[in-house]
Design a protein around this ligand. Structure first.
Ligand code: NOJ
Length: 716
């Protein structure tokens, strides 16, 4: 439909019809079998007619169901405007992929694109038009349960994933390709900075940090064409994001040139009252519409008060028209006026959802996301080795993690199933292990099996409800009963390999003496097969952490790209008055970028294409990598830069590029990574971006800690 036709519809709409377009209601209002609730339920006190006219719907899926609702909706609407179905498809629809933090550990941009693309297909054939993904909040605090939804702590890496996800969900043409869905960037902005890691808590970051660290990933997604942006629950500079004019009108619209609609998070307009920036719902509505929030999710401040605001001041009519037009444009960008059911198709649903091909992709990506944290020659396990599988995560389908709305536990390959399919030398403990308790009989069985077998695979970790939204923890260790189980087994077993299932980096110091630790995250539908392939060496692990693991919660936030202090510990480790803890290291236990494989890969011959460059030049960094093992390996060559002297104190290292290379046994490859010098630009105190002349160091290596090679270059 042409823009002028949208304008014509707008011109015919009554003010009340316009206000209704701004309201988003959940599945509960449209179906008897609403399957998921993603926020608190208020009594909205709205009429039947408002429900019928609310502009968009959250959390309904199913081809037939959405087709029926859409038909009725269009018939009822005086202008035959279609509705738009949105939902949280975060890491897969029914075929569940690893959680986003695990996807972050693949360092495989194409894999993340593929995950988004398959999620889009399954969503679209089920009648969905838009996913509330990607979540691009930079995360540094593993106490926050929502680190699970982020790709990690690095602005550069997060931005690469942001682009890949938007492209994977949306493709190039949302009208022609009805098996794509629109992508929603969230949560604007800086939700990941919640103080103390407590969900929904205040965020207090400087504007330089906000712009340099937190905003780039959102901006990358917007530049990649993401269709909609969601507000964050938190405050930014004291002003709740959902009523924050600077964030939305100035930064998002004027600076980032975003023209699509902004949606509030669930209830966030009403919550302006709880935040204490609005005395009542009417003022909350005023603040939000002034800030440029177009859609109100699951509260009714707009619905109840916008018309009064308009009566008092016609300026609000202009704001309302703007908002409605953006919503109509989004519907139009999806082709809904001409093709209101888009991809919804019962036959496709049967054929494509959870297809073998999708499962295969989920398995392959899960394999890439698993990070080997420790290995004292225990892995890989030979298929003829006698293995005992023990622990609370051994036989469960709880491997999908939060935001697996349509995923079904009985469709998940458990770790036990995965191992049994690989080897006939596996005994699965019959013990009944709970995450927080072990019966005496299960301990007995565990010890008996540990003694009788060569290797114990101990599957430990979190339940799905322990991470995700509203799932912050102050203690990020394994539950005490699991540590006790580990210690008991370790005492008697020949070798103990621990598989960790979790939605966050845990404090793993209690099990650090394990013979091997495999961080498997929540690996998704094919989790058990992927874990088995890695344990038995059919897959050489290649995952690298995208978020640091602390030694203890007291170090949090611990992240790799820190600035120097005036009293750096490294300059004088024996001095008292330096920046350090008395009782723990300054560094992560397992740092950003870290992950082992079954191969020994060495780095040599770092070469730079130039010694001196201008700000608009590109430096080429070349290094040679050699696989000294016989098995093929995927090596992630990481390039970090330090700008020695800046106007603000610069990080000691910042990831500025990487390359993933496959090396067959014994192979040596030369790898070149391009580094546009413009990438070293950073935010100055006056909030402009810039880079000055001076010396920089390039560092290359397998992770952010073990940077084996360093060379200097100069910007003139
Ligand atoms: C609240 C969450 O913060 C957000 O990420 C999600 O998209 C909405 N609920 C809708 O479910």
């Amino acid at each position: 439909m042409k823009q002028e036709n949208l304008q014509a519809i707008l011109a015919k709409m009554t003010p009340k019809e316009k206000v209704d377009q701004l309201l988003q209601l959940s599945a509960d209002f449209y179906t008897d079998d609403a399957e998921d609730r993603t926020g608190p339920m208020e009594n909205l006190d709205i009429t039947e007619q408002t429900i019928k006219n609310a502009g968009t719907i959250l959390g309904v899926s199913g081809a037939q169901k959405t087709i029926d609702i859409q038909k009725e909706y269009i018939e009822n609407n005086p202008h035959h405007i279609p509705t738009l179905f949105m939902a949280d498809i975060i890491h897969g629809f029914r075929t569940i992929f690893p959680i986003p933090l695990a996807l972050g550990c693949t360092w495989d941009i194409a894999a993340v694109n593929e995950m988004a693309s398959i999620s889009a297909v399954e969503s679209a054939v089920s009648g969905l038009h838009l996913t509330f993904s990607p979540m691009l909040d930079l995360v540094r605090d593993p106490r926050w349960g929502r680190v699970l939804e982020s790709t990690g702590e690095d602005p550069y890496l997060n931005s690469e994933y942001a682009k890949a996800m938007v492209q994977g969900y949306q493709g190039d043409d949302l009208i022609a390709d009805t098996q794509k869905v629109a992508a929603c960037v969230k949560h604007f902005a800086a939700y990941g900075g919640a103080i103390g890691g407590r969900d929904y808590n205040t965020v207090d970051v400087s504007e330089t940090t906000l712009r340099e660290k937190y905003l780039p990933s959102y901006q990358a997604a917007i530049d990649a064409g993401a269709k909609i942006v969601m507000t964050a629950f938190n405050t930014v500079e004291g002003v709740p994001a959902t009523g924050n004019k600077k964030l939305f009108r100035q930064i998002l619209r004027d600076e980032f040139k975003f023209t699509g609609p902004v949606i509030s998070d669930w209830g966030a307009i009403y919550e302006l009252v709880n935040h204490g920036v609005a005395p009542d719902e009417k003022e909350a509505a005023r603040l939000a519409i002034e800030a440029g929030v177009d859609i109100e999710m699951m509260t009714t401040c707009y619905d109840k008060h916008l018309l009064t605001l308009i009566e008092e001041d016609s300026h609000y009519m202009e704001l309302l028209d703007e908002a409605v037009l953006r919503i109509l444009e989004l519907k139009n960008d999806l082709g809904l006026f001409e093709n209101p059911h888009r991809g919804a198709n019962v036959e496709d649903e049967k054929r494509l959802i959870l297809s073998d091909e999708h499962r295969e992709s989920a398995q392959k990506i899960a394999e890439k996301s698993i990070v080997l944290l420790e290995n004292k020659n225990a892995l890989p396990v030979d298929k003829s080795t006698k293995v005992a599988l023990i622990g609370p995560k051994a036989k469960t389908g709880d491997l999908m993690g939060a935001w697996s709305w349509q995923g079904k536990q009985d469709e998940v390959v458990t770790i036990a199933q995965g191992l049994l399919a690989k080897s006939n030398q596996v005994t699965v403990s019959t013990g009944d292990y709970d995450l927080f308790d072990n019966s005496p009989e299960s301990i007995e069985d565990a010890l008996m099996l540990a003694k009788a077998n060569d290797v114990v695979v101990l599957a430990l970790g979190e339940a799905d409800w322990m991470s995700g939204e509203a799932a912050s923890r102050s203690d990020i260790k394994l539950p005490a009963s699991q540590i006790a189980l580990y210690k008991a087994v370790k005492d008697v077993a020949k070798q103990v390999v621990v598989v960790i299932i979790s939605g966050r980096p845990l404090d793993l110091t209690d099990i650090a003496d394990a013979d091997a630790i495999l961080q498997a995250w929540f690996p998704g539908t094919e989790g058990g097969s992927a874990i088995a392939n890695v344990l038995y060496g059919d897959v050489n692990p290649s995952g690298r952490l995208s978020m640091s693991f602390p030694h203890s919660v007291g170090q949090v936030p611990v992240y790799y790209n820190t600035e120097n202090t005036g009293r750096p510990y490294e300059l004088n480790p024996t001095e008292k008055y330096v920046s350090k803890y008395l009782d723990v290291s300054n560094y992560a236990k397992y740092p950003f970028g870290f992950g082992l494989s079954y191969s020994n890969v060495t780095y040599d011959a770092l070469e730079l294409s130039h010694q001196t460059l201008k700000a608009d030049d590109t430096l080429e960094v070349t290094v040679t990598v050699t696989n000294h093992s016989e098995r093929p390996v995927i090596e992630t060559v990481q390039l970090y830069v330090r700008d020695l002297v800046g106007i603000t104190s610069r990080p000691l290292k910042e990831l500025k590029g990487f390359a993933q290379v496959e090396l067959v046994g014994g192979e040596t490859k030369s790898v070149t990574i391009a580094l546009p010098i413009s990438q070293l630009s950073y935010v100055h105190p006056d909030l402009t971006w810039g880079i000055e002349a001076g010396e920089c160091h390039v560092m290359v290596g397998p992770n952010s800690r073990d940077l084996i090679l360093t060379e200097a270059f100069f910007i003139e």
